[in-house]
Design a protein around this ligand. Sequence first.
Ligand code: UD1
Length: 432
Amino acid sequence: MSKGSRFVVEGGNRLSGKIKVGGAKNSALKLMAAALLTEETTILTNVPIINDVKTMAAVLERLGARVAYSEPGVVEIKPTYPLYPEAPYELVSQMRASIIVLGPLLARLGKARVAMPGGCNIGLRKIDMHIRGLEAFGARFEVGHGFIEAYSEKLVAAKIALDYPSVGATENLLMAATLAEGETVIDNAAREPEIVDLADFLNMMGARIKGAGTSTIMVEGVNKLHGGEYRVMPDRIEAGTFLVAAAITKGDVVLEDVSPEHLELAINKLRSIGAIVKVGNNEIRVIGRDVIRPADIATLPYPGFPTDLQTQFMTILAIAEGTSIITENIFENRFMFVAELNRMGSDIKTEGRHAIIRGVSGLSGAPVNAPDLRGGAALVVAGLVAEGVTEIADIYHIDRGYHNFEQKLRAVGASIERVSDTDRSNRLKIVR
Ligand code: UD1
């Protein structure tokens, strides 16, 4: 139960030790949706058991698939007949990424009815490119009564140039293309490592995809895909969050089960602000140092600096010796946590896409609200170094994307507790 819970963090501990990084949320969700493309059983390992994964499992079950967790991190999906083409609002509204079932449903059933994702608190997050791309395969769309409905007798391969390298649109089109007739070319495709993971998974299922990880992806359609077993890639954003947590506390932490090559820019930035970062095969060691230097960061599609690490880096720059500028180019509303961080003593002003961060000598613990997933994680990171106690409310946002967040932090020396609001109000009554 996280809806009415908060994290209570006492700042000041140096983090030290080892943390095992889990499987990537943003890949696992898509691989689960891709499992709809076959009638056979798919087994995914290294799946993070976070709330978004549970929501995607609920979506798949509503579509008629059987989803079973055989052991921690192992999810078995069998899309048994009959599949239903409808993803309801109550689930899609919990997680916008549910829109990713559109491509697989069209490819498998020739129809899909997916609730409109609705407002999301990190920006408009339109889906026009998903729709235009699927129309190019011959699908027809109707939008009304809060639903997107799509039909197609058969999907026919197409040459599609995306206006922008959208991660979600690339994934939806990639999945639809695997079962479309003929050879599809997706130009200006997203190059994120999660796209490569999805393509590797689909190829394991019998798809014929080339070029994933570059701007041009080619897909030769096949008649059928089969099941199999696949290990989800490591979560580069969880890893990046812990890298910053280690550096900001002047700690010494080794991250295990990580792919350092996916974190090149984040590692370079940490080095430029003064941390020592040593890269091994599947591990990264970060040693924070006393002086934190300012830096300028602009988020961009991969291989640019990830928007999902923007808030965490803003937190460490908040206590740098000098002024930094962060430009957020991907989502228009990813500065919501700034008002909360400023309540902890930072000096940050935002103007449109830019944030000017004047480094202060320290942060002070305060009650704050997690405004979204990554903003919430960044407030926890701030709490680790703030003087006194920070209470972060609305941590259900954080639970969407981080598995065992507080346990992992505690294991390397952080003082962090999860307190349910009921316990808290009982405690306050006792104190009074
Ligand atoms: C995914 C990630 C998210 C990450 C983002 C960018 C998941 C579940 N989420 O989100 O964590 O921050 O990639 O790396 O994997 N856009 C349009 N029209 C469209 C599609 C997108 O205008 O049809 C815009 C969006 O509003 C946004 C930008 O393009 O401003 C990037 O979106 P996109 O790359 O699609 O991100 P998501 O797949 O939603």
